[in-house]
Design a protein around this ligand. Sequence first.
Ligand code: FAD
Length: 422
Amino acid sequence: MAGGDRKRTVGVIGAGMVGVTAANFLLRRGHDVTLVDPGNPGEGTSFGNAGCFNGSSVVPMSMPGTIRNVPGWLTDPMGPLVVRWSYLPALAPWLVRFIRAGTKEKVQQQARALRTLLDQGIETLAPLVRDAGAQDLVQRLGHLFVYRSLASWEKESPAWRLRRDNGIAWDEFSEDELRQLDPNLSREYTKGVLVRENGHTTNPHRLIERLVQVFQRDGGRIERRRAIGFEIADDRLTAIRCEDGALPVDAAVVAAGIWSKPLAAELGDRIPLETERGYHIMIRNPEVVPRIPTADADGKFVATPMELGLRLAGTVELAGLDAPPDWGRARILLSHARRMFPALRDDYPHERITMWMGHRPSVPDSLPVIGASRRTRDVLYAFGHGHIGMACAAKTGKTVAELISGEQPGIDPAPFSPQRFS
Ligand SMILES: Cc1cc2nc3c(=O)[nH]c(=O)nc-3n(C[C@H](O)[C@H](O)[C@H](O)COP(=O)(O)OP(=O)(O)OC[C@H]3O[C@@H](n4cnc5c(N)ncnc54)[C@H](O)[C@@H]3O)c2cc1C
């Protein structure tokens, strides 16, 4: 066994990108691993994201100036943020923490911590991708950020400073150079920034399916069950309690994305986890596709070239877990995309588009929750990755596998401590 610790029987709760990655790293360390999920693997939030593995995503959602932008966003029906007003009372405590997390000093600490999870993310995932024979699903072509005006570029200078301070390099392109880089882009864009270290998957769902296949091939088990709690004796975990009975284990990873909150609460950890709902619209056989993922800095959405067409993903809707989707939010992405690529159509027949809504599991300080529960050190949390769960999954998965194996983790997990909220 790696780390000299004993072989453990581990239950990983949740078969999204984070859980599946953790399960694979645990299996590679010789543990007996069962993935537990009531649904099909990869059909939660990991299904419909923009697929970007961006090492450059160190910029927290709450920045010193963010609050000043909010009124403008909220009053713009095409804007990147909406709040359902009926949900505001329930949301208020999270919002207060969110605003408080956005001071200059805190943001610098958060970015530094995020970089430890994001740096070398693609390299960390690579051995699993290779084993799964899924190299065709992961590309490293960079990520292009495009700006409609120098003013909007300058407005984002604090974010780019944070990236530079954390070792992220980029190339800048003028209006003409941008045309050469992608002739399909609207002439409205005046500035482009290419981060070459970034990559993407051309199909997040299929990538997870392949990672699950290799996990099962190598002896991992997957059980279609819903976890509802834990059985603990003398501070040691003895089983995961599922709706249909117990699953005996001596260690567990909670990687159930937004649905992790009640499981952590069972163990005495009150985590401020909130859903930042996001949407995508996919166009099959689109008239144009960018060669690499392209983000519109003003519209806050990403156009990603995928196996099944062009995926436009983004926007934040604060409306809780239970409200029905507002498909108008997905259609807005289409209007934005037409302004990005004028060759796209105004509208598409039903059979050429699909729409999706998902729940980003978000914590006010933009740092995921990684570490042992308050009640027992046998349960480790690996959730709360918000906007960047695909990009962070490899390092998070490896870290929890190291902790369960009694190894010295490759990153410092302290900034991600579940106990930082109390
Ligand atoms: C529009 C949009 C675009 C995005 N784009 C990007 C991007 O480009 N790059 C990036 O890095 N991130 C992106 N994200 C964020 C990313 O998708 C998430 O952070 C990530 O998918 C979270 O993964 P997860 O494994 O934690 O959760 P999930 O994928 O939600 O998986 C959780 C799993 O837990 C299961 N589960 C729930 N309850 C239980 C239970 N009680 N017992 C057992 N299992 C349970 C669920 O069925 C599900 O399969 C985006 C998100 C959205 C919404």
